[in-house]
Design a binder for this molecule. Sequence first.
Ligand SMILES: N[C@@H](CCC(=O)N[C@@H](CS)C(=O)NCC(=O)O)C(=O)O
Length: 198
Amino acid sequence: MKFYWSPNSRAVRIAWLLEELGEPYEPVLIDIRDPDAPRDPDFAKASPLGKVPAISHGDVHLAETAAIALYLADAFPEAGLAPGLSDPQRADYLFWMVFTPGYIEPGMAEKLGGFTPNKSQYGWGDFPSVVATLEARVAGREWLLGETFSAADVLVGSTANFMKMFGALEGNAAIDAYVERCLARPAYQRALEMNAGG
Ligand SMILES: N[C@@H](CCC(=O)N[C@@H](CS)C(=O)NCC(=O)O)C(=O)O
């Protein structure tokens, strides 16, 4: 499996997932800051917008963090990172798998870009509702699905960490504690080291 990545980017989320999966992969560095730099020819097949993360896995070429994570967690069920199709937790899992691109990322754009919230018209509601929803979910739960860590924690936990790093969160004790639990995972630490350029 080829993993297209760049330091200091959203690719860290798929690096973490790959480390949790424990499957072999070949990191392929993409210089996203220089569009003229030579690139692996398969990267264009995987990522129509030229963005990382992306993967090539056999004949599968795929970009977009949530799509990649959904694909990988199902492709390697033995890692136990996705409830199966008939598992009652599957629906909750799917909701939290798309919470990052559907709610957190646009909510962060609203917050950090300083545009005016419009709760009934914006698909994510508004940034305070996004944070309150996440806070309510992780308060009193170890992971988003309860006691079982899943790929949804990789996406939401790493993006909650981004929110903290970008100063978008202030004093959200339950989210802070959840991010600390994520940071305690050796797989996330390895991904963060890679993300830093190591
Ligand atoms: N929605 C995408 C966003 C990916 C994204 O924006 N990646 C940035 C790096 S953080 C990128 O590749 N930028 C280079 C570019 O757009 O040319 C995802 O979550 O995977």
